[in-house]
Design a protein around this ligand. Structure first.
Ligand SMILES: Cc1cc2nc3c(=O)[nH]c(=O)nc-3n(C[C@H](O)[C@H](O)[C@H](O)COP(=O)(O)OP(=O)(O)OC[C@H]3O[C@@H](n4cnc5c(N)ncnc54)[C@H](O)[C@@H]3O)c2cc1C
Length: 442
C-alpha cells in the first residue's frame, strides 16, 4: 500500500513524518513550489530574518506540543503574550472584552451596559444556539462590544459581516468571559491575560522554518516543482504540470480542497458545483526592516478601524531578538483582501502610517520592505461552509482520499491542528499491528 502526499506545508510534512515512523508504510510527497514549508516559510534579507507570514506556536493538545518539542529538540522559547488593540487613538490590551476600563468613558458605559444586558438575557433565556457569528457576538458580549470592536474588526478581517458567517469555528479562538471577568477588567485597569495564545512558543533560531526544516530532516521522497493538475479518482493517479503521472493506493491531500475537487476526475457534478462555492480571504503581508529599535515591547496590535488598511501589525523582533541585527526591528502589516491594483499605494500607505503611529522615526529608517501576497489566507466560515465541506470530505474518504490541513479541510485552524490531523490520518491509514512508535504518534 503506497501513499501519495500532496503539499509540503506543515500538514504534508507531518503526515510524511508520521507515516515514516510506521513499519510497512511507503510514501512520496509532491510540492508545487521549489521550496518546502507552505505558509510556514522564513526569509533572510540583509541580516534580518522574518517569516513570510508571521507565526507563533500555541498548543491545545499535548500530542502536538510533544511533537513540536521533539522535532525542535526542545529549542523553543516560551513567551507571555503582549498584544494590544489600537482603538480611538489609544492602545487597549487584548482581549478587548476583559479590558473595558481602558476604553474612553462613553465607550466604557455602552460596552459594560451591553455586556450586562446580554448576561442577564443568558441567565433568563439560556445560551440559545446562535444563528450566525454576529448573533454569537451579541449573545456573549452584548451590543456595545459588538459595535465598538467585534463587528468592525471581524468584518475587516473576513471581508463579510459576521451575520453572514457561522459560529462553528469561534470557541477556540475568541475568548468568552464570565461576568466577574468583565467587571474586574473594567475596574482593575490591569492587563488580564486570557485566550488560546496568552503564552506561546517560538523557535530559538531560524524562525518558523526551523520547524519545517526539522520535519524535513526526518522525511524523504519529496519532489519539488510538481503542481497537481488532475487527480483521477477512478484510476487512482495524480497528474502534474510536468506531464508525469503517479499512481497511489491512498492519497493524503493538503492542497486547497476547492482546487483538488475542481481538478478531479470522477467527482459528481453536484459536488464540483459545491466546491466552487467555498470562499477564502486573500492577504498582503508587508514586512518592513527598520534600522532602530521600536518604542514598545508589543508582540502584535489589532487595528479594527477602516482608516488603517491593515488589520494587524506584528513585531517579530520583540518576540525573538535573534531575528534582527543589533538595535534593529521588524514590523509586519497584514492587509486582508487587498485590491492588488493598489498594491504599491498600500505599501506606501503602510510605511507612512508606521511613521505617523510613532513606531518608525523617519521613512528612511525602513531600510527594506518585502511584500508577499497569499491568495489563500483564511478559509471563510460562511453559512454554507460546514455542510459543503462535510459532503466533500465524506465523498473523498470513500475514494481513499484524505483531504487535511488548513485549506485541505477548509477550516480556520493553526499549526497544532494541522499536526494533530496529520497524526490522526497516519494512524487511520497505516497497517494495524504491533509497531514501536513514540507516544505522540501512537
Ligand atoms: C496570516 C496567517 C497567520 C497565521 N498565524 C498562525 C500562528 O501564529 N500560529 C499558528 O499555529 N498558525 C498560524 N496560521 C495558520 C498556519 O499557517 C496553518 O495552519 C498551517 O501552516 C497550515 O499548514 P498546511 O500544510 O495545512 O497548509 P499550507 O502551509 O498552505 O501547505 C499547503 C502546501 O500545498 C502546496 N500546494 C498548493 N497547491 C498545490 C498543487 N496544486 N500542487 C502541489 N502542491 C500544492 C502549497 O504550495 C503548500 O506548500 C496562520 C495563517 C495565516 C494565513
Amino acid at each position: 500500500m503506497h501513499t501519495v502526499i500532496l503539499g509540503a506545508g506543515i500538514s504534508g510534512l507531518s503526515s510524511a513524518y508520521a507515516l515514516g515512523q510506521r513499519r510497512g508504510e511507503t510514501y512520496n510527497l509532491y510540492e508545487k513550489e521549489m521550496e518546502i514549508g507552505g505558509l510556514c516559510r522564513t526569509r533572510q534579507q540583509g541580516g534580518f530574518t522574518f517569516d513570510v507570514v508571521s507565526h507563533v506556536l500555541h498548543f491545545r493538545t499535548a500530542a502536538a506540543e510533544q511533537f513540536v518539542h521533539a522535532i525542535l529538540d526542545g529549542h523553543l522559547q516560551r513567551i507571555v503574550r503582549n498584544a494590544w488593540i489600537f482603538f480611538r487613538g489609544h492602545y487597549v490590551p487584548y482581549p478587548f472584552q476583559t479590558h473595558l476600563g481602558f476604553l474612553p468613558a462613553g465607550e466604557q458605559a455602552s460596552c459594560l451596559w451591553g455586556y450586562a444586558r446580554a448576561w442577564v438575557d443568558r441567565q433568563f433565556n439560556g445560551a440559545r444556539p446562535p444563528a450566525n457569528f454576529g448573533a454569537w457576538i451579541r449573545q456573549h458580549f452584548g451590543a456595545g462590544i459588538a459595535q465598538s470592536f467585534m463587528i468592525p474588526y471581524n468584518t475587516k478581517l473576513w471581508g463579510l459581516p459576521p451575520e453572514e458567517m457561522s459560529a462553528d469555528w469561534v470557541s477556540p479562538f475568541v475568548p468568552r468571559i464570565s461576568f466577574s471577568q468583565a467587571v474586574a477588567g473594567w475596574l482593575s485597569k490591569r492587563n488580564n491575560e486570557m485566550g488560546y495564545n496568552s503564552s506561546f512558543y517560538y523557535p530559538e533560531s531560524g524562525g518558523i522554518q526551523a520547524l519545517v526544516n526539522g520535519l524535513a530532516s526526518h522525511t524523504h521522497g519529496i519532489s519539488l516543482g510538481r503542481e497537481v493538475v488532475q487527480v483521477d479518482l477512478d484510476r487512482k493517479t495524480v497528474l502534474f504540470q510536468t506531464g508525469e503521472t503517479v499512481p497511489y493506493d491512498r492519497l493524503v491531500s493538503t492542497i486547497p480542497l476547492k482546487a483538488l475537487v475542481l481538478s478531479a476526475r470522477g467527482i459528481p457534478e453536484d459536488l464540483r458545483r459545491a466546491a466552487a462555492e467555498l470562499r477564502s480571504t486573500s492577504l498582503l503581508n508587508v514586512t518592513c526592516c527598520v534600522c532602530h529599535p521600536l518604542p514598545h515591547r508589543y508582540h502584535w496590535v489589532y487595528f479594527p478601524e477602516p482608516e488603517f488598511p491593515f488589520f494587524r501589525l506584528l513585531f517579530p523582533a520583540n518576540i525573538s531578538p535573534a531575528m534582527v541585527p543589533e538595535n534593529c526591528s521588524l514590523v509586519c502589516a497584514e492587509i486582508s483582501n487587498p485590491d492588488l491594483t493598489r498594491r504599491d499605494e498600500l505599501e506606501l500607505q503602510t510605511r507612512e502610517l508606521l511613521v505617523s503611529l510613532g513606531m518608525v522615526k523617519r521613512p528612511s529608517d525602513i531600510v527594506s520592505t518585502s511584500c508577499t501576497y497569499l491568495d489563500h489566507a483564511y478559509p471563510v466560515h460562511d453559512l454554507k461552509r460546514e455542510a459543503l465541506v462535510e459532503r466533500l470530505l465524506e465523498f473523498l474518504r470513500s475514494r481513499d482520499v484524505w483531504s487535511v490541513g488548513r485549506f485541505g479541510s477548509w477550516r480556520y485552524s493553526s499549526i497544532d491542528d494541522a499536526i494533530v490531523q496529520a497524526l490522526e490520518v497516519a494512524q487511520q491509514i497505516s497497517q494495524p499491528g504491533p509497531v514501536e512508535v513514540p507516544d505522540f504518534l501512537a
